[in-house]
Design a protein around this ligand. Structure first.
Ligand SMILES: [Ca+2]
Ligand SMILES: [Ca+2]
Length: 139
């Protein structure tokens, strides 16, 4: 599936509401992210975005975040998903972000759950602060 085929199947009121950077439902997500996460671009569903937390791996705690994305015949073939990390909210890089797991598709929604985490333990004395985010790139 591509963004264009996805958007063509949605009953937007106005043509401009189908743009990747439009947000006709006024929630937290522009259409591109609605598409990327398998959300409804016409229903406010801000609570279904990525969630942050701490993940325990090998006795260490790491900042993590979890998001869901469509898979199988709903896979977004024109998108690249990337976790990025920053220590200053200015410079971002995918270095230091690990994809910890990808679940099997949920039998009802068809979405897989992806868990990303920092490579740096929260107890690392060199770590002052860090931020993680999800970036979606459309080819
Ligand atoms: Ca939206
Ligand atoms: Ca929405």
């Amino acid at each position: 599936m591509t963004y264009e085929s996805w958007a063509a199947a949605i009953p937007f009121d106005l043509p401009e509401e189908a743009a990747v950077n439009a947000n006709p439902d006024n929630d937290l997500f522009l259409n591109l992210m609605e598409y990327a996460l398998g959300l409804d671009p016409l229903v406010s569903d801000s609570d279904r975005g990525p969630t942050g937390g701490l993940l325990e791996v090998g006795g260490q705690s790491y900042q993590s975040f979890t998001y869901r994305r469509p898979a199988g015949d709903q896979e977004r073939s024109d998108l690249t998903y990337k976790g990025e990390r920053s220590i200053d909210l200015v410079n971002w890089s995918d270095t230091g972000v690990i994809e910890e797991s990808v679940s099997a598709p949920d039998p009802v929604s068809g979405l897989v759950t992806v868990v990303l985490r920092s490579a740096t333990s929260v107890t690392d004395p060199a770590l002052v602060r860090e931020f993680l985010r999800l970036v979606v790139i459309k080819q």
